[in-house]
Ligand binder design. Structure first.
Ligand SMILES: NC(=O)c1ccc[n+]([C@@H]2O[C@H](COP(=O)([O-])OP(=O)(O)OC[C@H]3O[C@@H](n4cnc5c(N)ncnc54)[C@H](OP(=O)(O)O)[C@@H]3O)[C@@H](O)[C@H]2O)c1
Length: 338
């Protein structure tokens, strides 16, 4: 089978399509013939050598796939063979075939093609955990979604609308019209102006009930300042560090040095909450994640979950796919197809 190998830390030139032996299912696993694999910002950071959770190089990235079950271990339900599925994969998903634990597998919604289905797990689970589970977003509340035009951002807009919250989102200005069409109430250009005074003006100086922030570093301090009383800040990424080579390492050090420290007394007196989310550290909680995934997949048939695939790249174009995300050209999801 063919797979996309990140051969070393570096620019997109380190990505190579290579042949490897077909995987066989270990105990509790199935093998999926991959029709589409999601590309995530974490894959970019891993290639740049800035992602501590990434496997040792050379490695095959890929946290999510949609495809058809080709084989199953003896202890797994044989009925799964031939079924169209969507799955969370702990790496190695960007390949023609991947072995995956059966408890990380879900039936692909019939309404969706393979590319749209592959766009669901990481983006929607992240947004669901941030807004619904940890952020406790309620009807009538407000949420600021940073990078609203990204994969997680679009999923967050849908979940917030379903909850009945008012949505504010930062994004490059070229993405605003599309975001409004997707239901975003207030789009804020954060590339050409300071977004915080704009948000304050839009909220009559109060701020919002929840902010979800994947940018990191000093940006978390600013997002904290955007909270009204009883507001919560969800921190879940460090996009600020994205760059190749030494520049990336320096940006990561700068982002780490500028991260805020939250004092309990300050939180108490301001009636604020802060939390972090790393979906990649939830593999030991499959039941919890499965419950969230069932709610999301039900949302597909209910009509409020509409995964948006911006572009599909072939495995041979993996470098172009990475460059597309790095250059901020994407709106929503980018997927890779064998
Ligand atoms: N903790 C978790 O469990 C978890 C899970 C999923 C994702 N994440 C994090 O969430 C963020 C979004 O992930 P994603 O996979 O959905 O990707 P994405 O949102 O599609 O990321 C690309 C978008 O982010 C914005 N962006 C902001 N700073 C950027 C930078 N320095 N370089 C390039 N783009 C930048 C750009 O939008 P604009 O044009 O609007 O600037 C760009 O289009 C990433 O930081 C990722 O690591 C965390």
């Amino acid at each position: 089978m063919r797979q996309i190998v990140t051969t070393a830390n570096g620019g997109v030139g380190v990505l190579k399509v290579q042949e490897a032996p077909d995987p066989t299912p270990a105990k509790g696993e199935v093998v999926v013939n991959v029709k589409a694999a999601g590309l995530n910002f974490a894959d970019i950071l891993a290639r740049q050598g800035l992602y501590p959770d990434g496997p040792k190089k050379p490695c095959v990235m890929g946290y999510e796939v949609a495809g058809v079950v080709a084989a199953a271990a003896d202890d797994v339900d044989r009925e799964l063979i031939g079924k169209a599925v969507v799955a969370m994969t702990r790496f190695r998903g960007q390949a023609e075939k991947v072995a995956v634990a059966a408890n990380q597998l879900f039936a692909k919604p019939e309404l969706l093609g393979f590319e749209a289905a592959a766009a669901i797990p990481v983006n929607y689970l992240t947004a669901y955990a941030l807004l619904k589970v940890m952020g406790s977003l309620d009807a009538g509340e407000s949420v600021l979604i940073h990078n609203a035009g990204g994969g997680v951002g679009l999923a967050a807009i849908e979940i917030a609308k379903k909850i009945g919250a008012t949505t504010y989102g930062t994004a490059s200005p070229g993405k605003h019209e599309f975001l409004r069409e997707r239901g975003l109430d207030h789009a804020i250009d954060y590339r050409n102006q300071d977004w915080l005074p704009v948000l304050k003006q839009l909220t009559d100086g109060r701020g919002v009930d929840l902010v979800i922030d994947p940018i990191g570093g000093s940006h978390w301090k600013k997002s904290y300042a955007a909270l009204r009383h009883t507001g919560r800040l969800g921190m879940f990424g460090v996009s600020a560090a994205s760059a190749n080579g030494l520049r990336g390492k320096l940006k990561l050090i700068k982002a780490a040095a500028q991260m805020p420290r939250f004092h309990p007394i300050g939180l108490l007196n301001k009636n604020r909450g802060v939390f972090g989310l790393n979906l990649g550290h939830l593999w030991h909680e499959p039941e919890k994640v499965a419950t969230w995934m069932q709610a999301i997949l039900a949302g597909v048939s209910e009509g409020w979950v509409r995964p948006y695939v911006d572009k599909a790249f072939s495995f041979a174009q993996a470098g172009e796919a990475h460059s597309y995300l790095e250059a901020r050209k994407n709106i929503g999801k980018v997927v890779l197809v064998p």
